[in-house]
Structures are given as C-alpha cells and as structure tokens.
Ligand binder design. Sequence first.
Ligand code: ADP
Length: 247
Amino acid sequence: AEAGDEGLATVGLTKAFGGVTALDAATVSFQHGKVNALIGPNGSGKTTFFNCVTGMIRPDSGRATYRGRDITAKPPHRIARAGIGRSFQLCRVFPRMTVLDNLLVGARPGNLAGQLAGARKREEVERARGWLTRMGIEHLENAEARNLSWGQQKLLELAGVLMSDPDLILLDEPAGGVNPALIDRICDLVRELNAEGRTFLIVEHNMDMVMSLSDHVVVFDRGRPIAEGPPSVIQSDERVLGAYLGV
Ligand code: ADP
C-alpha cells in the first residue's frame, strides 16, 4: 500500500448513550497496509468506534468509509463481506464446541446448525487447520474451546477472524489478560500477517506492545482524536500525557 492509500475512515462520527457522548464528531482515517493503533483513556470512545464501524451499533450521525466505499450503519455481515474482520475484548468463541468446529462455524455468519452441516467441506477443514497451525494450536483441534487457556482462546478467535480472509483486522485488546510469552506470539503474528498484506487497527492498553508494533497511532480523548502520528512522536506528545492524566 502506498502513502495516502486510505483504508478505514470516518467523518463526524457521533454516538451518544443518553446524556453521554461516546463519539463526538470523530473524524479520523487509517492507512491501508499499516499496523494502526487506537489508544486513549478509559471511556474515550474506542470500543464505541469499533462498534460503529463494524455495524454493531448505529451512529447518530457522521459517516464511515472503507477504501472509499460507504459502510455507514451497514449490517455486520455486509461490513465483513467488505473485508473487515474483528476480535472482541472478551473473546468470542463457542465454549462447548471444539476448536475446529469453532472455525467452521465462524467462517459463515447466519444459521448455526445449517452452517455446521454445510461447512464440512474438505477445503474448509484444510483452511481451518492451516490457521490453527499458524496459531500454534493445531494439536488442540478436538478440544472444547472452553478448555483452552485464555491466550489460546484469543488465538482461536484470531484464527476465526482469518477464516473470512479480511483485508482489515480490528483487534480489541489482543494482549488483555494474556501472558507475556503469548503476547510476543501475538505480536509476531500481527507483523507476519501485516507483511502478507493485511491491515490492522488495534485497541490496546499495553503501551509497550502499541509502541513496538504500530506504524501509526491515533489517540482518542472524550470521543474524538486529539493526536496522531508515529509512536516516537506520540510518546512525547503533551496532549497525550494530559489526556491520560485527566488534565
Ligand atoms: P473506551 O472503549 O475508550 O473505554 P467506550 O466506547 O467503551 O470507551 O465508552 C465511551 C463512553 O460511552 C463511556 O462514557 C461509556 O460509559 C459510554 N458507553 C459506552 N457504551 C455504552 C452503552 N451501551 N450504554 C451507555 N453508555 C455507554
């Protein structure tokens, strides 16, 4: 991707919950091909931003586009088909389903039973096994997801996201609650997948991870961006420090 190659972008994105303005006319854009991070103090609107651009909640006003195409308030499956995948802070896997079945279901949103029956094509199974191998959890394919460690469940969720072959992957706190060895593994995977052409947008509180992994960092405060730039610049930005200290 070249400089100026716009990926996900919003103009004036606004969302209020009752009297709380979670997103306040947020205008922001993330470059295609990069590892982007979205940071900011608790309550600054990061999750609401993810939810709006993935169609999980409807913004009150403003627009979202992906690679120039309008995705504002489109349903989640349409946004997924446009090439955007996401993981969740609290990790969405089916706990009583096997690891392999989790991937075969996740590949196609809609009716669960029907999908599972229809999805057992060899090709799909091979693709699922390929992602499990990539995540280093292929030996667990017949285990129930609930028996995996938290970090392994996060890897399983990422494998599920990759089953739909997204160009842009939104990760909501990928390092949250994960042990340091697995955080390194997740960082390596993000780097590899990015080198293979996938764009990332990562919400993460682990600043070491954000600063070592990202090409570009956007800082939210009170529902809108207050600073953006490469990690080296963001780290020494006084507005950013002020936002975190609540000044
Ligand atoms: P962050 O992810 O940066 O911590 P959020 O997007 O979760 O921020 O929250 C932004 C603000 O919106 C917070 O004040 C939060 O309490 C509020 N908020 C988020 N979701 C809801 C909701 N479903 N109902 C009411 N308030 C919400």
